[in-house]
Design a protein around this ligand. Structure first.
Ligand SMILES: Cc1cc2nc3c(=O)[nH]c(=O)nc-3n(C[C@H](O)[C@H](O)[C@H](O)COP(=O)(O)OP(=O)(O)OC[C@H]3O[C@@H](n4cnc5c(N)ncnc54)[C@H](O)[C@@H]3O)c2cc1C
Length: 420
């Protein structure tokens, strides 16, 4: 059986891998000249299942309004009259209710835990080095913020996730590079969380796949899915038609447009995010542990000899474009904590578009069209969720029962009359 995967981001590459593991002939169609050049290119690299949370959560609408007046807002809402964005925002508001949040969080966590197990399996089988780091710190600049995050810690305790609350002195003992003058009120250490370079992993896996006979058609844009009597008949590309037995859409933010050509609608919008990657200049001042500045929701991740500073969510613009004010926030956070570690002014800046659904969990598996499958909408957790999502989707394509329960992770939750 021949399966076409559309998109060679982290989700598409992992999907191709999982399908190949099932023995399928696999072709990957990617409009860029290589793998992981979209949202998967320079993300924060955090692999923290407990923090795979929906952005739609109680209290968030109020915070978004407050951010409108903040200079370094973690979430920016740009006015837009585009119906898709307005419709998305309306649905997002509905998902901020406590009951919905708990349900969406459970769905994401279930997938995240599974995904990390699969990631470790793949890493160990192929001895993939992707600049892994272990342990994660949350830094709180004020006691008020630390207290506001108490429900999240209660959830960690309930879920059995190991963590330790730290005083500023204990945090600095654990990570001596944290500069003394920075306003640290409290910290939380999560020893089991991990980090790693998503693009490195995707490219190594692509090499494994290329050696195993998977065909990558780079510089090829998928134009439309052409339905026939038995399902999708072919994929039209700018390099001619491509026919296969099954098709998996893993095209990140472009998935919605592509699926529309087959008559399938998904409420997916791009939410922009930014990163800076700086070469470490003074190792004695650079952190070994990665962390999240909870005030600005900016992650600082150690990747080999570089520091990656990533954050900001911007709803509204359709096309990624570097925005100076977002980069300023990233520079501020990095310089507040590690002023002498690297030159953040000369760091490589990047903007990417998270493929975001209003409720949070991605859409995996079957569609109403028998040979068309989804692996889309991983939002701000696509690196973490990719390996597990891919294996579950490959199981569905193969007609096998996935190793995890897919309830709430499929297109059924958007079906008319569905209880969600
Ligand atoms: C600033 C930032 C920080 C982040 N931090 C984290 C993090 O710490 N941890 C985490 O888990 N996640 C994080 N994410 C989210 C994560 O990066 C994304 O969820 C993930 O990369 C999505 O992967 P994808 O393969 O679905 O999309 P992409 O990587 O965008 O891949 C989609 C691919 O499809 C291709 N494509 C699209 N349309 C077509 C077409 N018509 N024909 C052919 N090819 C097509 C694109 O060129 C692209 O290569 C972050 C994102 C951002 C922006």
């Amino acid at each position: 059986m021949h399966v076409v995967v559309i998109g060679a981001g982290i989700v598409g590459v992992c999907t191709a891998y999982a399908l190949r593991q099932q023995g399928f002939q696999v072709t990957v169609v990617e409009r860029n000249p290589g793998a992981a050049q979209g949202a998967s290119f320079a993300n924060a690299g955090v692999l923290a299942p407990a923090y795979a949370s929906p952005w739609a959560q109680p209290g968030m609408p109020t915070r978004v309004l407050q951010y409108l007046f903040s200079r370094h807002a973690p979430l920016v809402l740009r006015p837009t009259l585009r119906p898709a964005t307005l419709g998305w925002l309306a649905r997002w508001l509905g998902e901020c209710r406590a009951k919905r949040y708990v349900q969406n969080k459970e769905r994401m966590y279930r997938l995240a835990v599974y995904s990390r197990i699969v990631l470790h399996e793949v890493r160990d089988r192929h001895v993939i080095d992707f600049e892994q780091g272990s342990g994660y710190l949350q830094l709180f600049r004020s006691q008020r913020e630390f207290e506001r995050a108490a429900p999240a810690r209660a959830w960690l305790s309930e879920a059995g996730v190991p963590f330790r609350e730290l005083t500023p002195a204990q945090a600095r003992e654990l990570e001596p590079a944290l500069v003394q003058g920075a306003p640290l009120a409290a910290a939380v250490h999560l020893p089991d969380d991990e980090t790693g370079n998503c693009a490195y992993f995707a490219r190594r896996l692509r090499d494994v796949l290329a050696r195993d006979g998977v065909e990558f058609r780079f510089d090829t844009t998928a134009l439309r899915l052409v339905p026939g009597a038995q399902g999708i008949e072919r994929l039209d590309t700018d390099d001619g038609p491509l026919a296969a037995d099954a098709y998996v859409v893993a095209a990140g933010v472009e998935s919605a447009a592509l699926l529309r050509t087959a008559g399938i609608r998904v409420p997916l919008i791009p939410v922009l995010g930014y990163s800076l990657t700086a070469q470490i200049a003074r190792h004695e001042y650079a952190p070994f542990m990665s962390f999240m500045d909870e005030t600005y929701k900016v992650a600082v991740t150690r990747m080999g000899n570089r520091l990656r500073v990533a954050g900001t969510a911007e709803i509204g613009p359709r096309r990624p474009r570097l925005r100076e004010s977002a980069l300023r926030t990233l520079r501020k956070v990095a310089s507040d904590w590690f002023p002498s570690a690297a030159s953040f002014v000369n760091a490589r800046a990047w903007v990417g578009a998270r493929p975001m659904l209003p409720d949070g969990p991605p859409l995996l598996g079957a569609t109403p069209i028998p040979n068309l499958y989804l692996n889309v909408g991983h939002g701000g957790s696509g690196w973490l969720l990719a390996c597990g999502s891919a294996r579950a989707v490959a199981d569905v394509v193969a007609g096998r029962k996935p190793e995890i329960e897919l309830a709430g992770l499929t297109l059924d939750r958007y079906a008319r009359g569905a209880k969600a």
